[in-house]
Design a protein around this ligand. Structure first.
Ligand SMILES: [Zn+2]
Length: 485
């Protein structure tokens, strides 16, 4: 081949893509500087002296949800309802209060402009159980100590719920009138992903043919140390979530006395299948929320790092290798699976004629059950192991960030968390927000609280707590947001 052709091929294959990536990075840095002005609005600081006490009282209600709704202590939900009524008298006297289902609370604050779509703020009243052992303060004491309100649900998510109501109460006290109507929906079963909480609210609103300009629910927080290359906190806004599906592996075979086994037993085959599923990883894939996250975070890194992160179309093999190193970031780029349950015989000397295992899977947007089934069949490679799917949620559709609602949300975050980088991202866990995708194209998952890994590890665990500083931040966040909507 003539040398000139070799040079042309090198230019086409290497130099042109690198030049495009370089130009894109420079343009992104220039537009970031322009946007800084937009983010630097000042805001008034709202003080709510009683908010810690209100949160403490809410934590004292043991609103523990359960998949079996017949064993839930609904009196505790009634207690919470009464406490909210006492803590927020203006909301209860000036807003329309609806109950959807038995225990979901919905408040409607009519806007000045009845013809524009309302905005919906969500929170859940329920919490996960807590055993009293190992807590510095009893889990349902709601003690205020050392700058924190302690207890189960203080962070997930009664803290956020109280911040939202405090902001509305203070706006009502100042005679503020929202332009668009503000709806508040407080579900009762987020932790068990049941059908009598947010699912029912969303279905009801959908059947009433209501549409919302945007929905804001719990989700990503302002996290210190979120990304290894960024020193300041990152406010991550969930614009979609992974889909939840359970897979049951079943093997039928010959049971009998364990003294005369015919190996492999059904449980042995299931064990081998599980080992294969856990050993292999699904292939990595770049989704829109993660692409947007990388491009946004790139702007907070050095030019060299931004050159790589901001151009995943070119550097995906390198980026995916880096993200694969940590389970948290690995879950952002591939369908995951975790074996959570297994069952064989009920006695040590009996070979069961059936063994099962449950593999909980979380699928990226635009993945499919069929794709997962094909992968499982290939990896397990055992025709005696049956694969059955159940309990799948609908696929989450990523919300666009090129809208005024995302801009307003960003502005509200920047006003309170002045040094945070703000980025869209993909939630690896599930939230109530998924159900509300039915009534809005703009569904954002964000918790206005500054957190580090130690604080986050208390969620659903011992010594959960919510700082008074985060209460103040959350109230100001919602105050700003509602005024801007
Ligand atoms: Zn929650």
């Amino acid at each position: 081949m003539a040398p000139i052709f070799i040079v042309l091929i090198v230019i086409a294959v290497i130099i042109i893509p690198l030049a495009i990536a370089c130009c894109r990075t420079i343009i992104a840095f220039i537009s970031k500087k322009k946007n800084k002005k937009f983010m630097s609005d000042t805001f008034e600081t709202i003080e709510c002296k009683n908010s810690a006490l209100h949160l403490s009282h809410a934590v004292q209600c043991q609103t523990v949800s359960n998949e079996d709704v017949s064993i839930v202590d609904w009196n505790e939900f009634d207690k919470l309802k009464t406490i909210l009524k006492e803590s927020f008298p203006l909301i209860h006297s000036q807003l329309v209060c609806r109950t959807i289902g038995e225990h979901n609370l919905v408040f409607i604050w009519e806007g000045v402009k009845p013809n524009v779509d309302p905005v919906l703020f969500c929170a859940h009243q329920d919490v996960v159980p807590a055993e009293p052992e190992g807590w510095e303060h009893p889990p349902f004491s709601g003690e205020i100590n050392d700058g924190y309100v302690w207890g189960r649900g203080s962070f997930d998510m009664k803290g956020q719920l109280i911040c939202l109501l405090e902001a509305v109460e203070s706006l009502l006290a100042s005679n503020f009138k929202p332009q668009r109507s503000v709806w508040i929906a407080l579900g009762c079963d987020e932790e068990t992903r049941g059908t009598s909480g947010a699912y029912l609210i969303a279905e009801t609103l959908y059947n009433e043919q209501r549409r919302f300009a945007c929905v804001i629910d719990e989700g990503g927080a302002v996290v210190e140390g979120f990304f290894p290359l960024i020193t300041h906190p990152v406010a991550v806004v969930g614009i979609a979530e992974k889909s939840y599906v359970d897979v049951t592996l079943t093997c039928n075979g010959h049971g009998g006395h364990s003294s005369t086994p015919s190996n492999p037993t059904p449980l042995g085959r299931i064990g081998r299948a599980v080992a294969r599923v856990e050993y292999h990883r699904m292939p990595s894939r770049l989704t829109t929320p993660v692409k947007l996250m990388l491009q946004n975070l790139a702007l907070h890194c050095s030019f060299a790092t931004a050159f790589i992160l901001g151009n995943p179309w070119l550097f995906w093999p390198i980026i995916s290798l880096i993200l694969s190193k940590n389970p948290t970031t690995d879950a952002l780029i591939r369908d995951t699976k975790a074996t959570t349950m297994a069952h064989g015989s009920t006695a040590p000397n009996v070979i069961s004629d059936q063994a099962t295992a449950v593999v909980n899977c979380r699928l990226l947007p635009h993945s499919s059950k069929e794709r997962l089934r094909i992968w499982l069949q290939r990896i397990i490679a055992d025709k005696h192991v049956n694969i059955a799917f159940h309990g799948q949620n609908p696929m989450s559709v990523p919300s666009s960030i090129d809208t005024i609602y995302y801009d307003i949300l960003k502005k509200a975050i920047a006003s309170v968390f002045t040094d945070a980088a703000i980025s869209p991202y993909l939630m690896t866990g599930g939230t109530d927000a998924l159900w509300y995708e039915k009534v809005s194209d703009q569904v954002f998952r964000f918790s206005p609280a500054l957190m580090n890994s130690s604080e986050l590890s208390r969620m659903h665990a011992k010594n959960e707590r919510f700082s008074l500083k985060n209460l103040e931040r959350g109230i100001n966040f919602y105050h700003f947001l509602i005024k801007s909507m």
